[in-house]
Design a protein around this ligand. Structure first.
Ligand code: PA5
Length: 447
């Protein structure tokens, strides 16, 4: 029985629509996993499952602004005043979240026209590409800049190499003492080379809670410092996350969209749908798709199990992946993300010659056309045997970003426990590193 206040909270929640998944499946298939979803959610919130020393993120969002958030906002306003460019160094969970938030709220071209007062933000240390490094050098030429190094372990190779180079650039440009004031380290409170360096060098530090693993760390300083430097109000982001924490953990039934999404994706998987395409119709969503891809991929892909996560952007990717989705191997399903249209409308005009034949759209808004493309795509893909889940996010704003991050993290934890894996480790990631270290001659990796 749902209480009135729960019903009210539910109305404001992200809406997960599964009316387009039926075909080979039916409602009883979903109802049959209800107890499993309930148990997985309970395991997560009770902290009794595998990897339970990494569930600090579940209760992380707080109702009030914390001292660390205040310190982040102070550091961000200093960085904004003294930098044309802010370079965020990190890889995987130490970079995807902040980049996702900034691009979704401000667009992929958010750096255009920015400088001191509202700095450009570039991400480094997520690649070993020499071309990318050379490009960054050109971007920084003649610019005042500050750097954040984000690494929980403090030992990851890609960010460590980028940081060494950028630290030396700062020291050459500003001298050792001034350079120290332009370096911010976000890392474990106690362990790791980065923590030790930061303390010896006197850089300002922010803490990644030990109980929040990389891909579950976006709502810590990992995500919050870059967002604040981008001018995003992190108090609103955390208010949205806190609201999500309360709402999505309170409701324990299929009226909870977390249960619906986690439940239906496991049912689909058991019916042979082992690839999920996570689609939005917003170019600014691409990096958010990348964050989701890492969250689910690294959490679920183990022990020979897992749904392969693919992020895509429609309608652009309908012209690249569309054929495969419509008529390729029938092992996929889609999750389509929708937002309310923005208030500022674009109306298609009328042309007296109508040589392009577009006058049938004259007077229509671009978001109306987008909506018809969405509806037409859902119908086509369902006809082609691709189940489609729809997630209606509502308005896109700072609170919503916080809500989306928390919501999807919770979905991931519940879904992975249903799958029977530990969502919070990533033993497979070490394999390439071991080979690379051996090839590079890193001490200790000779054998
Ligand atoms: O989710 C994870 O744990 C990983 O993606 C890490 O975030 C990534 O490997 C970077 O690790 P670190 O922050 O220790 O440099």
């Amino acid at each position: 029985m749902i209480q009135l206040n729960e019903r009210k909270a539910f109305i404001a929640m992200i809406k997960v629509d599964i009316s387009n998944v039926w075909g080979e499946l039916s409602l009883p298939d979903l109802l049959a996993v209800e107890k499993e979803v309930a148990a997985a959610h309970q395991t997560l919130t009770d902290g009794t499952g595998a990897g339970n020393d990494y569930i600090g993120w579940v209760n992380l969002p707080a109702a009030e602004e914390t001292d660390e958030m205040r310190r982040i906002r102070t550091a961000a306003s200093r960085i904004r005043q003294q930098s044309d460019v802010f370079v965020v160094i990190g890889i995987g969970g130490s970079y995807l979240g902040p980049r996702a938030a900034i691009e979704l709220l401000q667009g992929c071209n958010h750096n255009i026209g920015k400088g001191k007062g509202d700095p450009q933000i570039y991400f480094a240390g997520n690649t070993l590409s020499t071309r990318a490094w050379n490009e960054l050098q050109r971007l920084l030429d003649g610019k005042d800049f500050s750097v954040a190094i984000i690494s929980k372990s403090g030992t990851t190779t890609e960010p460590a190499i980028a940081f060494r180079g950028l630290r030396w650039m700062l020291e050459r440009k500003y001298g050792t003492a001034e350079a120290k004031k332009r370096i911010y380290a976000i890392t474990d409170p106690v362990k790791g080379a980065l923590r030790q360096m930061a303390e010896e060098e006197g850089w300002e530090t922010f803490t990644i809670p030990p109980a929040a693993g990389g891909r579950f760390s976006v709502l810590t300083p990992v995500g919050l410092l870059p967002m604040a430097v981008a001018g995003i109000d992190i108090r609103k982001v955390m208010a949205g996350a806190n609201e999500a924490k309360e709402s999505y953990n309170r409701l324990r039934s299929f009226e909870n969209p977390v249960w619906l999404y986690a439940g239906i994706r496991n049912v689909l998987y058991r019916h042979g749908k082992c690839t999920e395409i996570f689609v939005s119709y917003e170019p600014g969503f691409r990096m958010f798709g990348g964050w989701w891809q890492q969250l689910f991929g690294e959490s679920e892909g183990k022990d020979g199990k897992g749904i392969f996560p693919v992020a895509a952007e429609f309608t652009a990717d309908l012209h690249s992946l569309g054929q495969m989705i419509q008529q390729g191997q029938r092992n996929i399903y889609e999750t389509m993300i929708r937002f309310n249209a923005p208030e500022q409308k674009v109306v298609i005009g009328s042309d007296c010659r109508n040589l392009d034949g577009l006058n049938y759209l004259a007077g229509k808004t671009l978001d109306f056309v987008d909506e018809q493309a969405f509806l037409g795509t859902v119908a086509a893909h369902v006809d082609g045997g691709v189940p489609v889940i729809t997630m209606d996010m509502g308005d896109l704003n700072e609170e919503k970003i916080g809500e989306m991050f928390y919501f999807l993290e919770l979905c991931c934890g519940v879904s992975a426990y249903m799958l029977g894996v530990n969502p919070f480790n990533q033993p497979g990631v070490e394999f390439y590193k071991r080979n690379m270290f051996k090839l590079l001659g890193k001490p200790g990796y000779e054998e």
